[in-house]
Each structure stands twice: as C-alpha cells, then as structure tokens.
Design a protein around this ligand. Structure first.
Ligand SMILES: NC(=O)c1ccc[n+]([C@@H]2O[C@H](COP(=O)([O-])OP(=O)(O)OC[C@H]3O[C@@H](n4cnc5c(N)ncnc54)[C@H](OP(=O)(O)O)[C@@H]3O)[C@@H](O)[C@H]2O)c1
Length: 301
C-alpha cells in the first residue's frame, strides 16, 4: 500500500515552520495543507476563490483529526495566478507579514484548458502554471528557503519537445493543442525549479510528479478523451492514487530535513526520478527564467 502524506508527517514536528501552498483548497493542495497543519506547521493557503477558501478553512477547523491553533492557518488573502496584479498583491502581503517562508509549494495548476489567455495575455496553462508561479516565487525569493514545483510526467508527452517561448503569447484557436500546452507548462515547472536553484544559491528548489491522482484537475477533459486515455493507459488508470497518496511526494520533499534533498532534482514516488532530456536543458531553463523575469518585471516591486 502506497504511503500517504499523513504517513510522511507522522512523528514530524514542524512547529514554527511556515509553508505557503498555492491551490490549497482542493486535491493535492488540500491534503498537503492538512498534513502540514497536523505536523504543527503554519500554513498560508493561496487559492483564487474567496468563498471556497473560507469554506476550506472552516472545514479544517471543524476536522477532529487535525487540531491546530488559529495562528497556524492563514487563509486571509486570495491569489489568482492568472493575474500578475493579483500575484503581486498576494506576494507583497506575505512579504510584509512573514519573516521567512520555509517552503513555498507551487502546487496550483490547470490542465487541458480550452484556447484562451490570462489577464496579461499569456496562454492559460503557461500563464497560470508557470508565469504566475514565477512571479510569486521571485517576489518572495529572498525570504524563501525551499521551493517545490508541481510538475507532471505529462512533461514527457507529445515526444517531450523543448520549451517554445515564442508560442507563449500565441493562441490560434484552430491549431490550439491543449495537451501540448500542458506538456510545455509542466516542462516549464521543472526548468524553473532548476534555474531558481542556479540563480539563488541560498535556495533548495525541486520539482515533483505526484503520480496519476484522482482530483478535480480533469475537469476540462471530455468523456472521449478520458476513455481514450483509459484504453491507452489501463494500468495507470487502475492504479490511480487517492489525493492522500498522491500528495506524499510533495509533502516529503517539503519537509525533509535540510541537506537530504538533491537540489534541482525531479522527484516522483518519494524518490529522485528521471526527467525528459528537454527538462535537463540548462540553456532552456535560463532562457525561460529570463523570459519570465522580463514579462513580469513591472509587477516585481
Ligand atoms: N492529479 C494528477 O493526477 C496530477 C498529475 C500530475 C501533476 N499534477 C499537478 O498537481 C497540481 C495540483 O493539481 P490537483 O491534481 O490537486 O488538481 P485540482 O484538484 O484541480 O487542484 C488545482 C488547484 O489549483 C487552483 N488553481 C487553478 N487555477 C488557479 C489560479 N489561476 N490561481 C490560483 N489557483 C488556481 C485550483 O483552484 P480552483 O478550484 O478555484 O480552480 C485548485 O485549487 C497541479 O499543478 C497539477 O498539474 C496533478
């Protein structure tokens, strides 16, 4: 039986440590938040919907399995990773109110969205999964000790092509390949995890594939796509994990004692895993970092 996020934090005392989890009120983010609170950490939850965030906070407080002090949970602010203005406001709130972020968990994500752009004109999946998280990570970088970026084995799909910066602002509805754009965004998450580590020697930064996990992420997938995926990947579907199991790797890399993580590595199943060649290309990771830095510059202060 696969270990759960709760198994990972059993016997851990994270009192005094501060974690920031994006996309915290559903799926992997929700379990991650619960496990961290259970281990006595302070958790800043960063979701985009104020009502869902308030309901999540209430459900945590009413959950008899997780007892925690009020000061341990900060659900006071929301973030829309698809709006650089919103990311800036949220990040500045955190920067002003916290001395240190022990670990930033860039967990939020969208998958297979229809053709569209974020408020700032980036293709939706790249804009939310990569560029929004870049800005959050950049504004908080001096206060952050560790970053965990949720990637996916999906970065190897479609032949794992290299990152294509030119397509980030281009959305041609007729030619839009939503699976390719998801692949690109999850590749982008690995590349940024590696480049943040290079740019900021004080940081430990890693990426994670959580496995195939039953969550709300599939909301944009049609019945036919689901059927096709099940036919092509029967074992994967049969072995689908619960969110409690799926969150084990991100909770492990977020809570391992200093010195026990491989900086820049890609983890799956609670151990270092092999990423695609395109995810090892440090020239591309530098270019993506520079691209994100340039397009978010106006929002960084
Ligand atoms: N589930 C899997 O099998 C799997 C596999 C590989 C990788 N992953 C990765 O794991 C991460 C977590 O996904 P999940 O499976 O837990 O899916 P999920 O249940 O759909 O959770 C995703 C979270 O991200 C939030 N989010 C989406 N867009 C946002 C935005 N613009 N601003 C702020 N928050 C936003 C969602 O909020 P709303 O509910 O308001 O939209 C939701 O809380 C993702 O990065 C995903 O790519 C998942």
């Amino acid at each position: 039986m696969k270990r759960t996020a709760f198994d990972i934090v059993e016997n851990q005392n994270l009192q005094g440590k501060v974690y920031l989890v994006t996309g915290a009120y559903s799926g992997l983010g929700a379990v991650t938040t619960q496990a961290l609170l259970k281990a006595k950490a302070t958790v800043i939850v960063a979701g985009r919907n104020a009502q869902l965030q308030a309901e999540f906070a209430k459900s945590l407080k009413e959950n008899p399995e997780i007892s925690f002090d009020d000061q341990q949970l900060d659900a006071s602010h929301i973030i829309d990773l698809g709006s650089l203005e919103s990311v800036k406001n949220f990040a500045n709130y955190v920067k002003t109110n916290y001395d240190q972020i022990d670990c930033l968990i860039n967990n939020a994500g969208v998958m297979y969205t229809p053709p569209g752009k974020t408020k700032d004109g980036f293709e939706t999946q790249m804009g939310i999964n990569v560029i929004g998280h870049f800005l959050l990570s950049k504004i908080l970088v001096e206060k952050t000790k560790r970053q965990v970026w949720l990637s996916s084995k999906g970065h190897t799909r479609q032949g794992a092509p290299r990152i294509d910066l030119k397509s980030i602002t281009k959305v041609d509805e007729a030619a839009y390949d939503t699976q390719l754009r998801y692949q690109q965004s999850k590749l982008g998450n690995i590349l940024l995890a590696k480049q943040f580590e290079v740019e900021y020697p004080h940081l430990v930064s890693v990426s994670v594939h959580p496995g195939v996990v039953k969550t709300n992420l599939v909301r944009n997938i049609t019945f036919t796509q689901k059927l096709l995926f099940a036919l092509l990947n029967p074992l994967m579907v049969m072995n689908m994990q619960t969110p409690e199991q799926g969150a084990s790797t991100q909770v492990m890399v977020a809570t391992l004692p200093e010195g026990q993580l491989i900086n820049g590595a890609y983890y799956a199943d609670c151990k270092v895993a092999k990423e695609a060649e395109s995810a090892k290309n440090m020239e591309d990771s530098q270019k993506l970092f520079e691209y994100c830095n340039e397009v978010t510059k106006a929002f960084q202060s």
